[in-house]
Design a binder for this molecule. Structure first.
Ligand SMILES: *Cc1c(COP(=O)(O)O)cnc(C)c1O
Length: 372
């Protein structure tokens, strides 16, 4: 039995893998890749994405919660899992059992780790995140010596990675970009001169990989580019990415409006001519941004058509007047598409957001279909 659907999320795992290969082409041979699959792989499905990516060469995965590691371990993944955005004290037993690599982001998270290893008589490998200027997670530079001191006193802890995160990796021309890299190099040489040699040195997300020049570190953390999102318009000149998430729906109602008739809540739409409206069963309840009312677009028969009227919880209107005799049941593309008919970053810009948010929100739609 086929499942009847009026909206469908298609995830193209072939394109996902191709995006990984395109990123790899920008990197020296020795640099390893840690795909970031936090937040259900940006809405694409944690396990399916992880499975597809392990068919390529990846070092491990970047995650944000122990629960993600639980799902991955239960599914049989044995790869290193790095908990990128720090941890809570009471996560430590799970972190140990699930063989997660924690990231220390402050003196006090280091103290939690020390307490835990002493109480349980266990060892721990971890990565250290330094704050090189973004002022989010990370140890401030002036506290590094204190950290080093504590590490000397606690050989049960093994520093296997040094990392930072950049505030504007999509703008390499910004002085902050270079200032952060300079700070990071300082942190690295301080550690080295104190006798610590972290095996992994990493600082770049997708934009960083695309725009960085000489200094690459030896591990990178791509997220959005794997999912076919360009971190910014300029990135299109440097890399060709393929869409991974496609949202399709169908015309479920057609309305003929006379000039002057209205449609939808508000009403925010009045027909300026005789108008054919197609009603599509997708709305903000599905994660489609309501702010795209009277602004967004979709593609039907390869042609762009505008969204008109106010988007409701489970429906939106398309103006189909320019489409010759539109039919009930016709397929429309609301995001992505085989030929990137609806580019995620273009739609995101219209919605005053970024493709990341569109993917995370629309990623909750079921049913999903995976294309291998
Ligand atoms: C989410 C995340 C990334 C991935 O960033 P993209 O811009 O999606 O490539 C990399 N590093 C850290 C620390 C992150 O939290």
């Amino acid at each position: 039995m086929g499942i009847f659907w009026t909206r469908l999320l298609e995830i193209n795992l072939y394109n996902l893998k191709e995006n990984l290969r395109s990123l790899r082409k920008l990197l020296p041979e020795e640099v390893e890749i840690l795909p970031v699959i936090k937040n259900d792989a940006y809405g694409h499905g944690l396990l399916e994405v992880a499975r597809a990516l392990t068919e390529e060469k990846v070092y491990g995965f970047g995650i944000s919660e122990p629960y993600e590691a639980h799902l991955l371990r239960r599914a049989g993944f044995i790869h290193p899992l790095i908990l990128l955005s720090g941890f809570e004290k009471d996560w430590l037993p799970d972190i140990k059992v699930l063989r997660i690599t924690p990231v220390v982001t402050s003196i006090f998270t280091l103290e939690w780790l020390i307490d835990f290893t002493l109480k349980k008589a266990v060892t721990f490998e971890f990565h250290l995140k330094v704050d090189t200027g973004m002022h989010r997670f990370g140890v401030p530079m002036h506290e590094l010596l204190e950290i080093i001191e504590r590490l000397r006193e606690n050989p049960q802890l093994q520093l296997t990675g040094l990392m930072t995160h950049l505030a504007c990796s999509e703008r390499p021309e910004d002085p902050i970009f270079h200032a952060q890299i300079k700070e990071f190099k300082k942190a690295l040489s301080l550690l080295t001169s104190e006798g610590f040699n972290p095996k992994f040195v990493h600082l770049y997300n997708s934009a960083g990989i695309i725009f960085s020049e000489d200094f690459k570190g030896n591990l990178v953390r791509p997220g959005i580019a794997l999912y076919g999102g360009y971190p910014c318009n300029k990135a299109r000149a440097r890399i060709r990415l393929k869409p991974v998430m496609t949202l399709k729906s169908k015309v479920v109602e057609i309305k003929h409006l006379k000039k002057g008739e209205i449609a939808g809540y508000g009403p925010t739409f009045t027909a300026k001519r005789e108008t054919l409206l197609g009603i599509i069963p997708v709305g903000y309840g599905d994660g489609y941004p309501r702010i795209l009312s009277n602004k967004g677009f979709a593609v039907i028969r390869g042609q762009r058509v505008p969204i008109v009227g106010t988007i409701s919880m489970k429906a939106l209107y398309l103006d189909l007047t320019e489409i010759p005799s539109p039919q009930l049941g016709e397929e429309v593309i609301l995001l992505g598409g085989e030929r990137e008919e609806v580019p995620a970053d273009e739609l995101a810009q219209l919605a005053d957001t970024i493709s990341y948010e569109l993917f995370c929100n629309l990623g909750k739609i079921i049913p999903r279909r995976y294309k291998e």
